[in-house]
Ligand binder design. Structure first.
Ligand code: MG
Length: 282
């Protein structure tokens, strides 16, 4: 009888050991992420100035962020921005054909004069944050691409489309806030014609090696009227024509605005260059 009890106890203990081992294996499988997940976890490296939370690390420069615009009044740019239009004159611009920019300036804005041609900044810019305000004609005129068309050309080569796309359809990769011919905006955040609209753009330009080979494609993020419409997209090449490839260019080039034969208005244009030391995509 005693031997039988001992045998049953041994059997129970063995079952418990096996069950416990099985549970342990199951738990460890749940706790450990698969190898692919482990590899995807970025490595935290120390910042270049030394230790984390170092109170002697360089403090960022203080910038007055300015004031946002209202429909009636252009806002105030951040204190460290290069102001490209101050509401008074086009002295920071020139005609792409050569000579002064002869678009119309009035009442704190300027407007395309159909047939006068594109205008560009006298100064060249590289990686940047850009703010542009624009308004398409009211009452609206025309349809599709022939309706309040202009464009903001980053580095004179990459067009963020300006168009009256308020309740007006065209091919989606050519509507307002499209990277023309390359990326459809995530949403249509247009305001009605005649109302002021904003583009806030973050642009990192292309890089080329000494032989002219592309080493870094450009990227662009666009916020239209406060709404994200282009999320750090990779620019595929120049936007004029059909899938035009990159051509080797300097790191800095002028900003260009397009004359597409429609009297589109602009105001409150400013730009902040992003220093090379502040990164951007490698
Ligand atoms: Mg255009």
């Amino acid at each position: 009888m005693r031997k039988k009890v001992l045998t049953i106890a041994c059997l129970a203990a063995a079952i418990l050991i096996v069950l416990s081992a099985l549970m342990s294996v199951s738990c460890s499988q749940q706790a450990s992420p698969p190898p692919a997940q482990q590899q995807a976890t970025p490595t935290l490296t120390l910042p270049p100035w030394g230790a984390q939370h170092d109170r002697n690390a360089p403090q960022p420069a203080v910038v007055d962020p300015g004031e946002p615009s209202t429909e009636a009044q252009a806002g105030k740019p951040p204190s460290d921005a290069v102001v490209l239009f101050n509401g008074k004159d086009l002295s920071n611009w020139e005609s792409e054909k050569g000579g002064p920019a002869d678009w119309k300036v009035e009442k704190g804005y300027f407007a395309t004069v159909p047939g006068k041609g594109d205008i560009r900044t006298k100064q060249a810019f590289g990686d940047c944050q850009l703010h542009v305000e624009w308004a398409t004609p009211n009452p609206p005129h025309g349809v599709d691409q022939d309706r309040g068309n202009s464009g903001v050309y980053l580095q004179s080569n990459f067009e963020i489309q300006v168009l009256d796309s308020y309740q007006s359809k065209t091919y989606p990769d050519g509507q307002a806030s499209a990277l023309y011919g390359q990326y459809i905006p995530l949403v249509n955040a247009c305001r009605p014609p005649g109302q002021w609209q904003t583009y806030d753009i973050v642009f990192h330009g292309p890089r080329f090696d000494a032989a002219g080979k592309l080493t870094r494609a450009a990227t662009v993020t666009v916020i239209h009227n406060g709404v994200l419409v282009q999320d750090h997209v990779t620019v595929l090449g120049r936007t004029d024509g059909e899938h035009e490839p990159y051509q080797p260019t300097p790191t800095k080039l002028p900003l260009k605005l397009q004359d597409h034969n429609h009297p589109v208005r602009y105001r409150n244009i400013w730009i902040r260059e992003i220093p090379e030391s502040q990164g951007g995509p490698a």
